[in-house]
Design a protein around this ligand. Structure first.
Ligand SMILES: [Fe+2]
Ligand SMILES: [Fe+2]
Length: 160
């Protein structure tokens, strides 16, 4: 017998479920971003990770609880361990971080839309605020990547 998930019984249930997933993802990121900052070699990239960690704490306070992103975070650890070159290591960190930001951008865009349709206007505004911050974080990573990737192409320095 096929059981219909309670999470999909109506739009409001789905909306709450999606919010829980986002909260879990953000909570995992709070634990992961300090590692990423410590692993990063480039100073601008380090600062980007630290400042987005503070933003991520804010994102958690704007949400409620869930599950996802675990695979993305494990992938970061593998990538960093495999990188022998400092710039390649940073390029790998940026690649992983941008995947996370795009996950967040997609998820926040969806829940913001659900909130609007459900008449949850205050929630929609707060979710929109977070969505814009995720977009900005992605934008900063793109600009750092433009510099790092060129260095990574030519670099021969070895990291411990
Ligand atoms: Fe976030
Ligand atoms: Fe983010």
């Amino acid at each position: 017998m096929k059981v219909v998930s309670e999470n999909c019984k109506d739009l409001r249930a789905l909306y709450v479920h999606q919010l829980r997933m986002l909260l879990s993802a953000e909570e995992q990121l709070i634990r992961s971003l300090p590692d990423m900052a410590n692993w990063a070699v480039d100073e601008e990239l380090q600062q980007m990770f630290w400042s987005h960690q503070q933003e991520t704490e804010l994102h958690v306070t704007r949400l409620i609880k869930c599950k996802a992103m675990h695979a993305l975070i494990e992938e970061v650890e593998d990538l960093v361990q495999d990188a022998r070159d400092a710039c390649v290591k940073d390029a790998a960190l940026i690649a992983a971080a941008q995947r996370v930001e795009h996950y967040e951008i997609g998820a926040y865009g969806t829940v913001r839309q659900f909130a609007w349709v459900l008449g949850e206007n205050a929630a929609a505004e707060v979710l929109d605020m977070t969505l814009k911050e995720e977009g900005q974080a992605d934008h900063v990573l793109t600009s750092i990547a433009k510099r790092i990737n060129v260095d990574a192409k030519h670099a021969h320095t070895t990291v411990a």
